[in-house]
Ligand binder design. Structure first.
Ligand SMILES: [Fe+2]
Length: 372
């Protein structure tokens, strides 16, 4: 077996025992010495900034399937298993069970929405994992048999993450308010939108628990923004590029708050695929781009907006009391038909958790989350 290590100026070439040789930077090797990590907290306890000089080997050898480096100027030997080095020869994030392909869906998806009974979820982590996977892949699920109290909603959301407060507090009630601070709190139709685009980071996962729905009208409207935008990329590539690269202003302003943020209509993930949308006609601020730029932007924005009511994408259904629809607030665009407030009761209670915690919960439940 080739055990010839070549020391270079900033790193070394190390034979990996499989016929391959790979280059590793000295800082990286010193920083990621196995002794750098605390076995209990799994956190790095070595401080690379505490090195008095850039790390250089005094000597380096292969011994018992490991690269051993004695470092100059410190009484320290690093011992890197070759298996660890082999796993890091190519750049890129480590394997992630939560990095799942999106399953795009269209207007006929309602009968196929995955449904989970709330009491069963509370009792069975394997079901919670299935629920989390559904949200990662499809962006929407319905929870049935919801308890009617507040604890029912917070307990359900708590299975996936900590409730993430907004400027409405830990949760919000969607019903007709006497002094509404938001169009949602009226009986009017609610155009297709994603929630709270005026926040720097809009909430990731939204829960809407239907406590009562006996009114005439008020159907729920949902669509998969990723499916819509991926089609739009093919049909209108220049428009797509514009919407994926232009920051537009959103606001949410009332007596006690004045939230403002800039967002892109189309959000892309690190692979360049559509991971979400930010759409809200009622919370879009006056576009402050140059009028020449708007000559290009507005037509693209308008053409895209035409698709938000296209039956190809739009899922229309009645949310029933005892159901809670859970969805990715970035990917899934939602709205509501108007209703007659005097015809009965309509009461939805909502809250949010974040996307990162959803992925974290899925990894932990998959029992495959790799640790440092
Ligand atoms: Fe909403």
């Amino acid at each position: 077996m080739n055990t010839q290590i070549t020391l270079q100026h900033q790193g070394l070439d190390c034979p990996l025992g499989d016929g391959q040789t790979a280059y590793f930077n000295y800082f990286w090797l010193r920083d990621n010495c196995p002794t750098s990590f605390d076995s209990n907290t799994r956190e790095r306890v070595f401080d690379v900034f505490g090195l008095g000089q850039p790390p250089r080997p005094e000597r380096a050898d292969i011994s018992a399937d490991a690269l051993e480096i004695r470092w100059q100027g410190e009484e320290h030997v690093s011992r890197h298993p070759l298996s660890f080095l082999r796993a890091h020869t190519a750049p890129g994030p480590r394997r992630d069970v939560a990095d799942l392909s999106r399953k795009l869906w269209y207007g006929d998806h309602y009968p196929d929405i995955h449904r989970f009974s709330q009491p069963a979820l509370m009792a069975d982590p394997a079901l919670v994992k299935d629920w989390a996977r559904t949200l990662l892949e499809e962006g929407v699920a319905i929870i049935t048999d919801m308890p009617g109290d507040k604890e029912g909603l917070s307990g359900t959301a708590g299975l996936l993450g900590y409730i993430r407060a907004s400027f409405f507090g830990d949760y919000f009630d969607v019903k007709t308010h006497i002094n509404p601070t938001n169009l949602a709190f009226t009986a009017k139709a609610l155009e297709m939108h994603t929630d709270l685009p005026a926040e720097d980071l809009a909430p990731g996962i939204q829960y809407l628990h239907c406590i009562a729905n006996t009114v005439e009208g008020g159907n729920s409207l949902f669509l998969d923004g990723a499916a819509l935008a991926e089609d739009f990329r093919l049909s209108n590539p220049e428009d797509f590029a514009l919407l994926a690269s232009t920051d537009i202003p959103f606001y949410c302003e009332h007596e006690k708050f004045d939230m403002r943020a800039r967002q892109r209509v189309i959000e892309l993930d690190r692979y360049g695929a559509v991971s979400g949308l930010t759409i809200s006609g009622h919370l879009a601020d006056v576009f402050d781009l140059s009028q020449d730029y708007l000559d290009r932007f507005y037509p693209a924005y308008w053409r895209f907006g035409q698709l938000l009511t296209d039956p190809k994408y739009l899922m229309r259904f009645r949310l029933n009391a005892g159901e809670c629809i859970v969805f990715d607030n970035h990917r899934i665009v939602h709205g509501r038909e108007g209703y007659t407030a005097s015809s009965g009761d309509r009461h939805l209670r909502g809250c949010y958790t974040d996307r990162g915690e959803l992925r974290s919960t899925y990894r932990a439940l998959s029992n495959k989350g790799e640790t440092a």
